[in-house]
Design a protein around this ligand. Structure first.
Ligand SMILES: [Ca+2]
Ligand SMILES: [Ca+2]
Length: 182
């Protein structure tokens, strides 16, 4: 702390004494600048090393990249799951990074087969948009969406499939992922 004050005092004094007086003072200033640069680097390293506490997301949501998710431990049909998420001040998840969310779901161990996500083609068969309006253009499992038996209108993520997105029967009870929008 005293070293920093001394450097600041030296810099302040040098600014008031224009132009720089002599070679000795210039060397002192260069040394002072070098010391400050080292301290900036040290502070940057400390910031990077700080633990990520997930404080960005309100409990019980957890941060995944820059989004907040909650993986349920109960199973509900798609409409009930959406209602449940909305009751948590969120909605069914509309991840910008499907694979980051998939990794997180696997890490939690909350679901081993599939989880509901926030998309449906109930209002327009074959038109798949996330609940936030973005079209789903990638990450569909091979051959999906297939609207199997003419009755698959809700989106789930298949834990063991790659790619993982699938259209499924909305009335089936599954675990689900809620998202809190920051
Ligand atoms: Ca469908
Ligand atoms: Ca399907």
């Amino acid at each position: 702390m005293f070293a920093q004050l001394a450097i600041i005092a030296l810099l302040a004094a040098s600014i008031s004494q224009q132009p720089v007086q002599g070679r000795g003072q210039k060397e002192d200033l260069l040394i002072a600048v070098g010391t400050l640069e080292e301290q900036v680097q040290e502070l940057k390293q400390k910031i990077v090393a700080l633990p990520n506490t997930g404080a960005l997301c309100p409990y019980p949501y957890q941060q995944v990249l820059d989004e907040c998710f909650y993986v349920s431990k109960v199973s509900l049909n798609w409409n009930q799951a959406r209602q449940y998420c909305q009751g948590m001040q969120g909605d069914l998840a509309t991840p910008r990074n499907v694979y980051a969310l998939k990794s997180y779901v696997i890490e939690t161990g909350a679901a081993s087969t599939q989880v509901w996500l926030g998309a449906t083609d109930q209002s327009s068969e074959g038109t798949w948009n996330w609940l936030d309006g973005r079209p789903i253009t990638s990450d569909w499992a091979n051959g999906m969406p297939d609207n199997y038996s003419g009755n698959e209108n809700c989106l789930d993520l298949r834990i063991k499939w790659h790619p993982p997105l699938n259209d499924s029967v909305c009335e089936v009870a599954e675990r689900f992922v809620c998202q809190y929008n920051l």
